[in-house]
Design a protein around this ligand. Structure first.
Ligand code: ATP
Length: 124
């Protein structure tokens, strides 16, 4: 009899999700840009000794942008499968999905500015 949780099934799901993360950074230019920005922010966070609360906010912001990028890529792939030719609805679908990433990226930039700009100003 199976237990309440199927560990093997959960591990299989983790493997598939891991492959999704690998594909995201392997093939998607925007995801790689976000990865470079993330590395720069982590280096700045360590360099400026930001507080645990600031780390929490930054980790949430990074996760939100990456998750949005993953959903956006997924929608793009599905849209390409549905219609390889130009279609006005596909345009709206792709543009709207991209808007989701842009909104969260702007939020991340503003958050980064609030955390780091005062610390950078103090250097001068
Ligand atoms: N089949 C299509 N029908 C209508 N418009 C499209 C179609 N494919 C792409 N577009 C338009 O081109 C834009 C870019 O689409 P594309 O799929 O190239 O995404 P991208 O942002 O360049 O991402 P990536 O390079 O990762 O695929 C879309 O936001 C949309 O406006």
């Amino acid at each position: 009899m199976k237990g309440p949780v199927d560990i093997r099934k959960a591990l299989r799901s983790f493997t598939f999700a891991g492959a999704g993360i690998f594909n995201l950074f392997r093939y998607e230019n925007n995801a790689r840009i976000h990865l470079i920005a993330c590395i720069a922010v982590v280096i700045a966070g360590v360099g400026f000794h930001i507080s645990p609360m600031e780390w929490i906010v930054i980790v949430i912001q990074i996760a939100l942008v990456w998750a949005a990028e993953a959903f956006n890529t997924s929608i793009e792939k599905l849209a390409d499968l549905v219609s390889a030719d130009y279609h006005p609805v596909i345009k709206v679908v792709k543009d709207t999905a991209a808007a989701g990433v842009l909104i969260l990226a702007i939020s991340a930039v503003i958050t980064g500015g609030i955390i780091f700009v005062p610390k950078i100003i103090l250097l001068f």
